[in-house]
Design a protein. Sequence first.
Length: 81
Amino acid sequence: MAKVIFSSELQRFTGGETSLVVRATNYRELVDEVVARYELLQKEELAKMAVAIDGEIIHDPFLESVSAGSEVHFLFRISGG
């Protein structure tokens, strides 16, 4: 099962929980499990965030696979310029 790690900014939506183990095999299933568990988290908000799967930042994660041992982080995007 994959492990989702929540940043301190997201922990306010998870009741202070720092991580969640999910059975998802791809990114879409993972998001579905996360929003089903935490009512305050919305798909739209997570879609705005950057995602790191096993240490690699994925720009378009919607079709990404998630393996049983994966670690997934949601990160706020930083704009530059």
